[in-house]
Design a protein around this ligand. Structure first.
Ligand SMILES: CCC/C=C/C=C/C(=O)SCCNC(=O)CCNC(=O)[C@H](O)C(C)(C)COP(=O)(O)OP(=O)(O)OC[C@H]1O[C@@H](n2cnc3c(N)ncnc32)[C@H](O)[C@@H]1OP(=O)(O)O
Length: 312
């Protein structure tokens, strides 16, 4: 029976022009890559085919999020969202910590002393400013490519806002997390209060962390579900993060990115609404050639790397 199915799939796959080409496209021993943009605060590299690594690159300031960072993240993720070579993203921090949160020495004047002709106008501008900072992390969620956060050392304030917008979180044993906004006199306003309760199940724990600003160490981060895996050091963390990114990038981008879109949707809607959305989504996406390619590879017990999917 299995053989008949394999032959049937192979027959149809041939008709569809599917070729199970082995290996990746290497150019003189290097992965072929499109030119990645350069930024002041972010370093983009392509460590594996179809994988982009976004590294916050201010290690001497513990990757504090200065004004350039808040702007560049939006540019960077809009670029990645449109880059059909990229199928998975790893975000990380250069040096010994992931991020120390907002740059306390480079906070925008729009935040510290908002201007306007009266209270309404001042508030209006401040609201727009806050929304623009919210977009810095919402772009991670809007980007249909899965984003894996690799966290070492401190992940403070804005760092927590950032990683809660990611799809998968891994950390090192020495990692710690701190929703520190109350300590600088504000309610966290760029994602933590909205996303953290959906990431970790316990509302009591969320309130405990948010109201006290205490540190949560990696073991508690793991037991609460904030991170799914803990590694002894940064080297093993990065290896695992890049490996899972590569595994994801080897699969059908139609299947993976459709899954992300629908997971994000279902987090914010009822099961009934989400099933409706899914049915409408898949009435188009089920017509992809990727199903035939993937099913043929499964039946032939091929390594997923051997199946080549066209760009999305
Ligand atoms: C609309 C607004 C939305 C956004 C809100 C966001 C809010 C937040 O993010 S609240 C959290 C603010 N962050 C902090 O309170 C953390 C402050 N930093 C630390 O606690 C420590 O630096 C840390 C534990 C992260 C690391 O400690 P370590 O001993 O390894 O380094 P340091 O010697 O302290 O720092 C080295 C240099 O980095 C500078 N630096 C560190 N954090 C920040 C920061 N958040 N902003 C600006 N600069 C930072 C520090 O001053 C040192 O610089 P230098 O003296 O020039 O060497």
């Amino acid at each position: 029976m299995a053989r008949v199915l394999v032959q049937r799939f192979i027959g149809v796959a041939r008709l569809c022009g599917v070729s199970a080409v082995a290996g990746r496209q290497l150019v003189s021993g290097h992965l072929a890559m499109s030119t990645l943009p350069t930024y002041e605060t972010l370093r983009l590299t392509q460590p594996k085919e179809h994988v982009v690594q976004v590294e916050i690159n201010r290690p001497e300031k513990r990757n504090a999020m200065n004004q350039a960072f808040w702007r560049e993240m939006v540019e960077c993720f809009n670029y990645i969202a449109d880059d059909n070579e990229c199928r998975a993203v790893v975000v990380s921090g250069a040096g010994k910590v992931f991020s120390s949160g907002i740059d306390l020495m480079d906070m925008s004047e729009a935040l510290l002393s908002p201007k306007g002709d009266d209270t309404a106008r001042t508030s209006w501008h401040l609201r727009k400013f806050i929304q623009s900072y919210q977009e810095t992390f919402t772009v991670i969620e809007k980007c249909t490519k899965p984003v894996i956060a690799a966290i070492q050392g401190a992940c403070v304030g804005g760092g927590v806002d950032m990683v809660t917008a990611c799809d998968i979180r891994f950390c090192t044993q020495d990692a710690w997390f701190q929703v520190k906004e109350v300590d600088i006199g504000l309610a966290a306003d760029v994602g933590t209060l909205q996303r953290l309760p959906k990431v970790i199940g316990s509302r009591s724990l969320v309130c405990d962390l948010v109201y006290t600003g205490r540190k949560m160490m990696s073991d508690e981060a793991k037991s609460s579900g904030l991170v799914s895996r803990v590694f002894p050091d940064k080297a093993s963390l990065m290896e695992a993060a890049l490996q899972i990114a590569e595994d994801i990038a080897n699969k059908s981008p139609v299947a993976v990115q459709g899954s992300k879109v629908n997971l994000v949707y279902s987090r914010d809607h009822s099961v009934r609404e989400s099933l409706e959305y899914m049915a409408t989504w898949n009435m188009a996406m089920l017509q992809t050639d990727d199903i035939m390619k993937s099913a043929t590879a499964v039946l032939q017990k091929k390594n997923p790397k051997e199946t080549v999917f066209s760009k999305l």
